[in-house]
Design a protein around this ligand. Structure first.
Ligand code: ADP
Ligand code: ASP
Ligand code: MG
Length: 251
């Protein structure tokens, strides 16, 4: 029996068909007794579209950071509800939880929040009831229970932090590339896929702009000593493991 956190990014849940495929894959790969926590991003370009909506009201909507967070957190709320429904449609027990419901406590720095604590009691309760728990990435709440987002790409951080707080056996980040490459494979054609990479190397790449992982998520992985498996939503081949040290001879 294993407790597994699986994060699916926006392109992985961009349509209802893709959401159904994610649910099918997770159920196919689930072993009896496995406990699964899903962390999901907003569908496709939803977050960008919500930002555009705000620009329709004011040319500088980020001056209203609290309201931006109120707006942006709706994106992930759509995808968690649909994914939980997809699991139920396929006959599995599932429940969706917003970030705050999952115990994600943040500071009050709206739109660039930091997780200050995680109390995932509700997540554990629902897992014990046999549910697949579908958690909204990118969001938490501050002490006033106001919504706070974690910066663009923040669902990575939600997933790794939750995996740490739950002492999960593994954390898988499913995305639209099949692993971490030496450079962005969409731009650099001869970029090479790596089997493993250390937290420090990944952190350096992420800080230099490799958007595949939010830098804070890599720091979380290192803090909690959680190996992070970055892999493709659309194929089953192994991706890249981000961990403390190399385990293989060939780097
Ligand atoms: P998600 O929506 O799943 O979070 P992102 O768009 O945030 O996905 O991250 C995946 C993208 O990161 C890839 O499509 C790729 O273009 C880009 N990327 C940038 N640098 C790298 C790298 N070194 N290795 C792999 N992907 C990278
Ligand atoms: N939906 C948010 C974003 O587009 C968070 C994420 O995708 O990780 O930045
Ligand atoms: Mg991302």
């Amino acid at each position: 029996m294993a407790l597994i956190v699986k994060k699916f990014g926006g392109s992985s849940v961009a349509t209802t068909e893709k959401i159904m495929n994610v649910a099918k894959r997770v159920l196919d790969e689930k072993k009896p007794g496995d406990q699964i926590v899903m962390v999901v991003s907003a569908m496709g370009d939803t977050t960008d579209d919500l930002i555009k909506l705000a620009h329709g009201i004011n040319k500088d909507p980020y001056q209203y950071t609290r309201e931006m967070d109120m707006l942006l957190t709706t994106g992930e709320q759509v995808s968690i509800a649909l994914l939980a429904m997809a699991f139920k449609t396929l006959g599995a027990k599932a429940i969706s939880l917003t970030g705050p419901m999952a115990g994600m406590q943040t500071n009050s720095v709206h739109t660039k929040g930091r997780i200050v604590d995680i109390e995932p009691e509700r997540v554990k309760e629902e897992l014990d009831k046999g549910n697949i728990v579908v958690v909204a990435g990118f969001q938490g709440a501050d002490q006033k229970m106001d919504p706070v987002t974690l910066g663009r790409g923040g669902s990575d951080t939600s997933a790794v932090a939750l995996a740490g707080a739950l002492k999960a056996d593994s954390c898988e980040i499913f995305t639209d590339v099949d692993g971490i490459y030496t450079a962005d494979p969409r731009i650099v054609k001869n970029a090479r896929k790596m089997k493993e990479i250390t937290y420090n190397e990944m952190l350096e790449m992420a800080r230099l702009g490799a958007g595949v992982m939010q830098p804070r998520s890599v720091e979380m992985g290192e803090y909690f000593h959680i190996p992070i498996h970055v892999r493709s939503t659309f194929t089953t081949k192994p991706g890249t493991i981000i961990r403390e040290d190399y385990t293989m001879e060939d780097k």
